[in-house]
Design a protein around this ligand. Structure first.
Ligand code: ARG
Length: 463
């Protein structure tokens, strides 16, 4: 590439070597930002005209040329190969080719440093909006499943050991609450993304009488970043966003893990439709939950993206440093991976059936209602710790005699405490155990119904 072709080549005697250009070019990835770059440039040139820094005629010609360039990029006509340095240079060079020196006026009162930050913020705004929509859609699917399976009882787990009977709907609604926090975090992060860096110029602002507020309004930003140095140095908005994505991925991996377990022959609680499972090339009987496993696996990429951007920014002096060009790789990867995973897990859940009978089988002959026995004793005036110890002894007795709580006679129970009477056997029924729950947010039928009503209302108005 000859020196004369470079837009910043004025003070250089020799051209940038090919290897240095190849090494430093970012167009292969930042071409993703072409729409945002053109959108930002149009808003900028319109403001330059309104402030009488360029004429209206110049603005109209530049704006028309920028719109044409957009079409050229979309049709694949414009060459965006590596020797163009980055998408901002490629568009500006093409503009100058089209409208001559007038194209060079577009860069008045701004620099690539604020342009890059602007493009990223515009890009992130749409990415956040899109991921929020996908999360809301996932929540709606889960809500639908929780309504469909209302009444189905399953063993609830702690330490992956059977703990107490719960409603399957209650378990699924826990996912809805988890996703709600992700949704809230995205909304909160959006507030800090939605601020205009443009007009910071390289770092110190500009001597041209530009109107940053009008650009902010035109582009739908809530406000203008108040410090020009911070405006070009800051990448907190990316760090924050990728950390929110890491949280989303962590949640998806927990759901994935449960699907992997539940679809195993050992659990057999759920079946994923053939369309969302894969077979083995060697073992014909296999049906593998690959979508859930891949989602679980892709978490590592997004955590890696977070480490990448945090480390990239560590120790950088203010303001812009070329290191920061590397920020787009983790940003784009986090957006794409998170978007894909939320989407696929939504579809996996749409195509998953839960097996009511299997749950019931597992509820029989088990110690899931042991806590109910302890609570029963408490109701008869026994202090909880003592009740817990008595019940523990009863469970130990059952294990030793290879029997279950429901098979014990009242006479056997009296060996442990005389507080037991006939009505204790009611407590052993998992349905009764669920109905006995009283606290708000519990797995009691009414409480679960309340959650369903609440989420139906919240998610109905959410776009
Ligand atoms: N490609 C660069 C980036 O993405 C553009 C900014 C370059 N600015 C500069 N002063 N060298 O960060």
């Amino acid at each position: 590439m000859s020196q004369s072709k470079s837009l910043w080549g004025g003070r250089f005697k020799t051209a940038l070597s090919e290897s240095a250009l190849r090494f430093s070019s970012s167009i292969d990835h930042d071409k993703t930002l072409y729409q945002e770059d053109i959108q930002g440039s149009i808003a900028h040139v319109e403001m330059l005209a309104a402030c009488k820094i360029v004429s209206s005629e110049e603005m109209r010609r530049v704006r028309k040329a920028l719109k044409d360039i957009l079409l050229e990029i979309e049709s694949g006509e414009l060459d965006l190969s590596w020797d163009k340095e980055d998408i901002h240079m490629a568009i500006e060079q093409r503009l100058i080719q089209k409208v001559g020196s007038m194209g060079g006026k577009l860069h008045t009162g701004r620099s690539r440093n604020d342009q890059v930050a602007l493009d990223e913020r515009l890009y992130l705004r749409s990415a956040i909006t899109e991921i929020k929509k996908l999360i809301a859609q996932f929540q709606r699917v889960l809500l639908y499943k929780s309504e469909k399976y209302f009444g189905t009882i399953m063993p609830g787990y702690t330490h992956l050991q059977r703990a107490q009977p719960i409603f399957l709907s209650h378990h699924i609604l826990a996912y809805v609450s988890m996703l709600e926090r992700d949704y809230e975090r995205l909304s909160d992060c959006y507030k800090r993304v939605n601020r205009l860096p443009l007009g910071a110029a390289a770092l110190a602002g500009t001597s041209f009488p530009i109107d940053r507020l009008s650009v902010a309004k035109k582009l739908g930003f809530d406000s203008v970043l108040e410090n020009s140095i911070d405006a070009v140095s800051d990448r907190d908005y990316i760090i924050e966003f990728v950390s929110v994505c890491s949280g989303i991925m962590m949640h998806l991996s927990r759901m994935s893990e449960e699907l992997v377990l539940w679809t195993s022959q050992e659990f057999n609680f759920a079946k994923i439709d053939d369309a969302y499972t894969t077979g083995s090339s060697i073992m014909p009987q296999k049906k593998n939950p690959d979508m859930a496993e891949l989602t679980r696996g892709k978490v590592g990429r997004v955590y890696g993206d977070l480490m990448n951007i945090l480390t990239l920014m560590k120790g950088l002096p203010l303001a812009y440093n070329r290191d920061m060009q590397e920020d787009k790789l983790p940003l784009f990867d986090a957006v794409n991976t998170t978007r894909e995973c939320v989407y696929i897990m939504t579809h996996v859940f749409i195509h998953t059936k839960f097996d009511k009978l299997r749950f019931e089988e597992e509820l029989k002959n088990d110690f899931l209602t042991a806590t109910e026995i302890a609570d029963y004793l408490v109701q008869q005036g026994v202090p909880f710790r003592e009740a817990h110890s008595i019940t523990g002894k009863i469970v130990g007795y059952c294990i030793e005699h290879q029997t279950s709580l429901s098979k014990l006679s009242l006479k056997e129970l009296h060996k442990f405490s005389h507080k037991f009477s006939e009505d204790v056997f009611e407590m052993l029924d998992p349905h009764k155990s669920i109905e006995h729950k009283k606290s708000s947010g519990s797995t009691a039928p009414n409480e679960v119904k309340k959650q369903i009503v609440y989420w139906t209302r919240v998610l109905k108005t959410r776009k």
